[in-house]
Design a protein. Structure first.
Length: 113
């Protein structure tokens, strides 16, 4: 499975973005999927998870602002990000929570104050 994240950009604090992660090569409907982010100079962290039954979980830092969803027919996982803050600035990636798939190209989100 190859992963390709997209949808990032430069926004102002309080704005919204929707990220997409497309998986190719194999259907991923049975996978638990997650969105990760890596802020400049920091480690990659898991911020949102969605199970194969659409149960979700979020890091405290994004709870109430971010929403993860999936479209298994299109093999895409989404991350709706509302109320963006400068501390959300990072490169965003998707993968399984245990990194079982190859990391694809992430997408950069920059939030200005």
């Amino acid at each position: 499975v190859q992963l390709q994240a997209s949808g990032g950009g430069l926004v102002q604090a309080g704005d919204s973005l929707r990220l997409s992660c497309a998986a190719s090569g194999r259907t991923f409907s049975s996978y638990v999927m997650g969105w990760f982010r890596q802020p400049p100079g920091k480690h990659r962290e898991l911020v949102a998870v969605i199970t194969d039954e659409d149960r979700t979980n979020y890091a405290d830092s994004v709870k109430g602002r971010f929403t993860i969803s999936r479209d298994n027919l299109k093999n895409i996982v989404y991350l709706q990000m509302n109320g963006l803050k400068p501390e959300d600035t990072a490169v965003y990636f998707c993968n399984t929570p245990n990194y079982s798939l190859d990391w694809g190209q992430g997408t950069l989100v920059t939030v200005s104050s």
